[in-house]
Design a protein around this ligand. Structure first.
Ligand code: ADP
Ligand code: MG
Ligand code: MG
Length: 924
């Protein structure tokens, strides 16, 4: 290519619009040397084709028209920038030299492919046009020179069809109609079986289609074909589908697309030729083995189009052992070079292998983990890189039910939409929420299918296993609610036609009745007809364990779990929790064998009565704590004292009144004296309970007598719980298991509350020590869940051994809104209309709540520099909140056992994010 083919651009400097595949170094230099910028200039496909050329991997000669040329073309309302065409023709000559063929030369014709390729691969861009350069004259000459009339005519009819559909925008069905007729006449189902006569008449019929539908003849001049194809690629950047996709995927509109012109290689010359696609590793499982398909005697999209049954890549070894060996070796090289699993397209022409594309392969979360771990173990990437390559959210995929991969392999989705809430679900279609509820109550699994959802539909969404809508985007009502309640969902499946009157769902030719099975994959966005079998999530994947171990080596933040009983604590330990960050004791009082004693305690009229009830609760508590200590085997266990308002342990007032009314009716009809007596005593008991319920009634129970306030009013309750904790510790220590109990006092707002509780706890500990002759360190901390505690943290820190943020309550008290009321009410509206950009109960609010945490930590550490401070709210399992926690200098986060793996990975990521920020701000 001539190097002086330049153009003066707006800035007055020369612009080069075209780079040969053998000129990647020049392209890199033009954009400052970075590979990423080179990809921006040449598009992903073009940059990788050039890179493969630099690596001496067999790629047909070709060149790339830059994304800047596309932008300029669009800016100038569809005019080629000056000099562009000259540069294209120049580059074409260079391909002609390399291949020894010439475009349009009947004696030795060059054919080329015109392929779009933006920086990020995206749907909506123009499809590839193959076999450019053919016309009647060239075709005739090629028949003579190749002696393969079938191949030449097959390529020619493909060109007219692709050019007509893609460049001229003629609907494909006009061409398909001709093909169907020809197959019919030839008595075959496959295009490959059409004979040369048939192909000849198809070509003539196709030309007629073009004239009729595009009002211009199929262009016979190869250069004109090329120019029109390039323009069509430019224009496709501005197409509606491309625009919509970019908006949804947050891809900038001014990236532009590149155009790649590549000399054709032919997989359709006969049985010595083939075309195929393959991944260097299995994209579903991550297994380090080539995975792909090929077809003998085929071209282009035949493999993915499903026209003929494809064959697994292993079988290429039998058919063409040398090409297979070379391909496997190339796959290894490309993987080592790009340091990631590759997705490749290739063609074998008369036994010779050509690579036509490579890119990082898409994969499932499971495969992503295995591939990252394997690559690190093979020494291709570092362990830190492996950790960095997996998004914490991907770990969730291990938890969600998913479709059985074997079942999935047999299926094609009928359509797809936006993957807004992960997980797979299968069930019968219900087109309205009431029906969904009714069927769910009958024990059927339901998928709620709606054009879109509204607040009125929520009951149906909750009853359903999954949600599917035909309109709406990532922040639609359906998407928000589905994510919030953990229902798999696919929204905005625009190809779906929902007919609420006919009670049907249709896509293309499928018509599915309400009540039939449909399956949705909220992780991929795919929709399948019928019932697809599910497999349960599994966190015990060995590769995941290995990766998380590496994550732990990187993180500074500890991850603990919220667990209330032995089995949960065991699970937490298995998932890698470094302790229990929160054990809620109230669950221990709700058990049916304990609740009556709890009620007795609340209703006691004398101190003796009350202390008796409290004392009889102690053994239950002690056993529960012992189980936790055993499961955690020497790791810290934080136990929170009783937190909820007492009314929660009493029956509902309305129910109680109904019971009393019932009893009174029975009393009227009672016959025997014995019966009257029992009934009377029941009525008295119920009335007594009602008095208590009324006595405990509060206008705002969540802001009433709960948390530390209970312990201040009834110190015996605190004393009993402390005794249970320390006695359990003594028992487990006696078994030879180390124990670190830490007592957590909830809802403190003033240091005096804490001081009083601390004294009670210490006294209880002393008693146990004296009785059991054993030493257990008395560690007492406070929860920070009201702003006043955060603001006076310096005072509290004088007495507290640790602090734990109850971020759920802290968010409620900071915003002054109740979570239940918010999430089932105005918050959905707030999120949909953008008043809030995220749900503060899901992701910690950095500006308000985060600021309070900062003030608290700073105040407390001024008094005790090494004070242990953590988060025990649900936020502890949310990656963004975890990063914030690390930034605020917290010691640990605690979350539900199932979230522990997600949090471990997020904690490792927080380190690299912090490092990135530090280097950006110039801090050491
Ligand atoms: P997409 O981005 O949709 O994959 P491609 O440009 O990669 O589109 O091409 C589509 C198909 O055409 C692929 O199967 C590819 O292998 C084939 N193809 C592209 N260029 C050539 C070529 N120069 N010779 C033969 N086949 C080609
Ligand atoms: Mg491709
Ligand atoms: Mg709380």
């Amino acid at each position: 290519m001539t190097q002086n083919a330049t153009n003066m651009n707006a800035e007055g400097t020369s612009e080069r619009w075209v780079y040969g595949f053998d000129q990647i170094t020049a392209a890199e230099a033009a954009v400052g040397g970075s590979w990423d910028a080179a990809r921006g200039l040449l598009g992903g496909k073009g940059a990788n084709l050039a890179e493969m050329t630099r690596l001496d991997i067999p790629v047909p000669p070709g060149f790339t028209v830059t994304t800047r040329a596309c932008n300029r073309y669009l800016q100038m309302d569809g005019k080629f920038p000056d000099d562009l065409w000259v540069q294209v023709v120049d580059a074409l000559h260079s391909i002609e030299e390399q291949s020894g063929k010439r475009l349009g030369d009947p004696n030795n014709p060059l054919l080329v492919a015109c392929r779009s390729g933006a920086k990020f691969s995206m749907p909506g861009m123009m499809d590839t046009v193959l076999d450019i350069g053919l016309n009647d004259e060239v075709a005739k000459a090629m028949v003579t020179s190749t002696g393969n009339e079938h191949f030449v005519l097959d390529s020619y009819r493909r060109l007219i069809q692709m050019f007509g559909a893609v460049v001229l925008g003629i609907p494909d069905e006009y061409f398909e109609e001709v093909l169907t007729e020809a197959r019919h006449a030839g008595g075959t189902h496959s295009d490959a079986d059409l004979d040369v006569e048939a192909l000849g008449s198809i070509i003539e019929a196709f030309k007629q289609v073009v004239v009729r539908r595009a009002s211009l003849p199929f262009p016979t001049d190869p250069l004109q074909q090329l120019r029109m194809a390039i323009e069509a690629v430019f224009k496709s950047w501005d197409g509606k589908r491309a625009h919509d996709y970019r908006r949804a995927a947050h891809i900038s509109d001014d990236l532009g697309t590149a155009v790649n012109i590549v000399a054709m290689v032919f997989g359709n010359t006969g049985d010595e030729s083939a075309t195929g696609v393959a991944m260097s590793r299995n994209a579903t499982t991550g297994e380090p083995k080539l995975e792909g398909d090929f077809l003998i005697n085929a071209q282009g999209e035949d493999v993915v189009a499903g026209i003929r049954p494809t064959r697994p890549i292993e079988e290429l070894a039998d058919e063409m052992p040398e090409a297979h060996r070379q391909f496997a070796e190339t796959a290894k090289r490309l993987e080592a070079h790009y340091r990631d699993m590759q997705d490749m397209e290739f063609t074998v022409e008369n036994g010779k292998l050509w690579l036509l594309q490579t890119r990082d392969g898409k994969r499932t979360a499971q495969a992503a983990v295995r591939i990252a771990v394997d690559l690190a173990n093979e020494g291709v990437i570092t362990r830190a890189e492996a950790v960095g390559r997996i998004a914490p959210e991907q770990i969730e995929a291990f938890l969600h039910p998913r479709f059985d991969p074997a079942a999935l392999a047999e299926l094609q989705p009928i359509t797809s939409g936006l993957n807004v809430s992960p997980g797979a679900a299968t069930g019968v279609i219900a087109l309205d929420p009431d029906l969904a509820v009714r069927w769910a109550e009958e024990g059927r699994e339901v998928i709620l299918v709606r054009p879109e959802t509204k607040p009125d539909d929520v009951h149906g969404m909750l009853a359903a296993k999954g949600i599917l809508t035909s309109s709406g985007g990532r922040t639609s009502h359906a998407a928000l609610v589905a994510r919030q309640f953990g229902r798999p969902a696919v929204v905005g499946a625009t190809d779906l036609d929902i007919d609420l009157l006919a009670r049907t769902l249709s896509v293309d030719d499928w018509v599915i009745q309400e009540g039939e099975f449909v399956s949705i994959d909220g992780t991929s966005g795919d929709v399948f007809r019928g019932k697809v079998s599910l497999t349960e999530g599994d966190l015990d994947d060995p590769h995941l364990s290995e990766l998380l171990g590496w994550a732990d080596d990187i993180s500074v933040l500890d991850v603990r779990a919220n667990a209330d009983n032995g089995p949960d604590a065991e699970r937490a330990a298995r998932f890698g929790a470094r302790g229990i960050g929160l054990c809620r004791t109230e669950h221990m009082f709700f058990a049916p064998d304990r609740l009556p004693t709890m009620q007795k305690m609340i209703m006691a009229t004398t101190t003796v009565e009350r202390d008796e009830a409290i004392a009889s609760l102690l053994p239950f508590q002690r056993d529960d704590f012992a189980d936790l200590f055993r499961a955690m085997d020497g790791k810290p266990v934080i136990i929170r004292l009783l937190d909820p308002p007492l009314h929660e342990f009493l029956p509902d007032r309305d129910e109680l009144q109904r019971d009393i009314a019932d009893l009174q009716i029975k009393l009227l009809r009672a016959s025997g004296l014995d019966e009257v007596e029992t009934l009377l005593s029941s009525v008295a008991q119920a009335n007594n309970l009602l008095v208590q319920v009324d006595a405990q009634r509060e206008a705002n129970p969540m802001l009433g007598t709960r948390g530390v306030r209970l312990g201040v009013l009834i110190p015996e309750l605190t004393s009993m719980q402390a005794r249970a904790i320390f006695e359990a510790a003594a028992i487990v220590i006696d078994e030879g298991i180390p124990v670190i109990p830490e007592v957590l006092v909830p809802l403190v707002s003033d240091v005096e509350e804490f001081i009083r509780q601390r004294l009670v706890i210490q006294a209880a500990a002393k008693c146990v020590e004296d009785e059991q002759h054993i030493h257990v360190p008395t560690v007492v901390g406070t929860m920070i869940e009201v702003p006043r505690a955060a603001l006076t943290a310096g005072d509290i820190a004088e007495y507290a051994d640790f602090m734990s943020f109850g971020t759920n309550d802290l968010t409620q008290t900071t915003f002054g809104m109740s979570r239940d009321d918010a999430e089932s009410g105005f918050l959905i509206e707030y999120l949909e209309s953008g008043v809030f950009t995220s749900n503060p109960f899901a992701t910690l609010d950095p500006k308000g709540v985060g600021k309070l945490i900062d003030i608290c930590v700073t105040g407390a550490r001024a008094v005790k520099p090494d004070l242990e401070v953590g988060i025990c709210g649900e936020h502890g399992g949310d990656p963004k909140s975890i990063t914030l926690a690390r930034k605020l200098g917290l010691t640990y986060v605690s979350c539900s056992p199932f979230r522990v793996p997600v949090a471990r990975l997020a904690a490792a990521h927080a380190e690299s994010m912090l490092a990135d920020e530090d280097s950006a701000t110039g801090r050491p």
